[in-house]
Design a protein around this ligand. Structure first.
Ligand code: FAD
Length: 507
């Protein structure tokens, strides 16, 4: 078969063995098991991997389950802890703190969204914090964890959870799973590529050793360098650094000395923010910052003086540019992971985007004849998700009330129109973005809007017709149910050590 004779995909070549490459290999080898499609992954020990990326979103669980991976095995192999949300410290005003939980606030009352009721009551003088209506927020603050239940009447059915894990161990684990399912791993550095002059499709990669690896479909998981999508195909990059100006990070692990809460922390600093991701065996830390506002020396000093325990390595510097390829799928190359784009890790969205890229690719898994249509569909889906996440991240920055030059500059920049419209709808009428598809649902927007001190001035008029006494009693019941459920929840680390054993099978 030649490239001008379209047919099925017989060989997939994955370039890169970081989180993106091995997630792709694991998913493809699972879904395509029993088919005649061969999968080969090329990685270079000399180049190495980014090796950060330890906080995830709840969607990772469905992905692991779909790959046949047992949750307890994953927790044991990656030193994982559970995650109920992300805590943002000092993001509105210094001294503020809020958690963006993976779960709902309160319950609808007579068909009215809970937050509409809460906003009206707040305007009327009720000081009760929104967080009193969120089980995952209060459980996270108390360092407690248990898995959700299916009892619809209980706060324990109102949340989801994710993991914080060691990224290198996760990639190594997936590599073992993938190779066990027949993926061929090749160590070597790709130095050249071959293009069919007639079709423009890539036909093969050449390694430094001289070996030529042919394929029908190429998945570029080569990290920021985008060895195929950018260097071979020259795909355009849409740069968002004018909206998200952080371009650098230092990352360092440290010994854990504080309680291991089931949440990631992001603390605003003078020209960026610092993450804390507690795992079973250590805590991951990093400072994300704008190099136009902060020197490397100052950034390292801020990071190292704000560690909870002794550093376990030297801080490692990373540079990045925020944005995405205009086409993440171009001809027969699909860019997954950092090669396709990067949004800073404020809401742990990179691994989610890898996962979305893989599942969308599998849903559209092409033959060569339909590849152009599949690529168009793929690019539409991925662009929409990238753009929505971008707006959500920008919200954290623009709605700040801090005083340093970095924070003032960012407050004064022009917002994307799509974000201005969302904030205006919330302030005037309490309306929240509500997508059919997408990662951040109304409770996520609510958490961040309220957390950043953006409060509705208007609400659903039906709230004013509710009986105040009955409403007060109902709200008190909800708060009480959350409080009692948290009291009965075990300590997070005790749960991991003793009772966190799910029953499903798998790898
Ligand atoms: P890489 O890890 O860079 O892997 C690239 C692979 O390509 C390597 O195996 C390399 O050897 C190979 N390669 C490259 N060129 C060649 C060549 N010529 N020949 C052969 N092989 C080649 N994500 C989250 O979801 N949560 C987080 O908390 C989070 N935190 C982050 C913090 C920072 C500061 C940064 C920068 C990123 C963070 N991310 C996070 C993103 C996350 O790290 C990445 O999405 C993830 O690691 C995937 O990376 P990758 O596999 O695309 O690239």
């Amino acid at each position: 078969m030649t490239r001008t004779d379209p047919g099925p995909i017989n060989k997939v070549v994955i370039l890169g063995g970081g989180t993106a490459g091995w997630m792709t290999a694991a998913a493809l080898s699972h879904r395509l098991a029993g088919s005649r499609v061969l999968i080969e992954l090329v990685e270079s020990d000399e180049i190495g991997i980014v090796g950060v990326g330890e906080a995830t979103l709840p969607h990772i669980r469905a992905f692991n389950t779909a790959m046949g991976i047992n949750e307890q095995t994953l927790i044991d192999r990656t030193q994982a802890t559970f995650k109920l949300g992300i805590q943002f410290v000092d993001w509105g005003r210094p001294g503020d703190a809020y958690i963006h939980p993976f779960g709902a606030y309160g319950e609808r009352i007579e068909g009215i969204d809970f937050h509409q009721v809460w906003a009206a009551r707040r305007a009327g003088g009720d000081p009760t914090p929104l967080d009193d209506y969120s089980y995952p927020v209060r459980a996270a603050e108390a360092c407690r964890f248990q898995r959700p239940t299916s009892d619809a009447g209980s706060p324990l059915s109102t949340f989801s959870y994710a993991f914080q894990f060691d990224a290198s161990l996760y990639a190594a684990f997936l590599r073992q799973v993938s190779c066990g399912r027949g993926v061929v791993r090749t160590e070597g550095k790709m130095v050249d590529h071959h293009v069919d002059a007639q079709t423009g499709l890539i036909t093969a990669l050449t390694l430094e050793s001289g070996r030529r690896i042919e394929g029908d479909l190429f998945v570029d998981c080569s990290g920021f360098r985008g060895r195929l999508i950018a260097q071979a195909l020259d795909a355009d990059f849409e740069d968002w650094s004018h909206w998200l100006p952080c371009d650098s990070a230092f990352a360092v692990p440290c010994r854990t000395t504080a309680p291991v809460g089931p949440y990631t922390r992001a603390t605003a600093r003078q020209a960026g923010w610092q993450w804390r991701i507690p795992l079973q065996h250590r805590t991951g830390n990093g400072l994300v910052f704008s190099s136009a506002h902060l020197s490397d020396d100052a950034a390292q000093r801020i990071l190292m003086t704000n560690l909870e325990g002794p550093a376990l390595a030297e801080p490692r510097r990373l540079s990045f540019r925020t944005g995405r390829r205009r086409k993440l799928w171009d001809r027969n190359v699909v860019a997954i992971g950092l090669s396709g784009g990067f949004l800073e890790p404020l809401e742990s969205t990179s691994i989610y985007l890898i996962q979305l890229g893989i599942t969308t690719l599998l849903d559209l898994f092409p033959d060569q004849a339909g590849m152009a249509d599949d690529a168009r569909e793929y690019n539409t889906i991925m662009a929409l998700e990238f753009d929505r996440i971008r707006d959500f991240l920008i919200l954290h920055y623009v709605a700040n009330q801090r005083d340093e030059p970095f924070w003032r500059d960012i407050r004064e920049m022009a917002w994307p129109d799509s974000l201005s419209a969302k904030v205006e709808a919330f302030v005037s009428r309490g309306l929240l973005p509500d997508y059919d598809v997408g990662v951040f649902h109304p409770p996520s927007w609510l958490a961040v809007l309220i957390g950043q001190n953006i409060v509705p001035q208007g609400w659903d008029p039906r709230v004013d017709r509710l009986d105040p006494a009955r409403l007060s009693a109902r709200l008190a019941e909800m708060r009480d149910a959350v409080r009692r459920a948290v009291e009965r929840t075990p300590d997070h680390m005790s749960f991991i050590r003793a009772v966190g054993r799910p029953t499903q099978g798998g790898a």
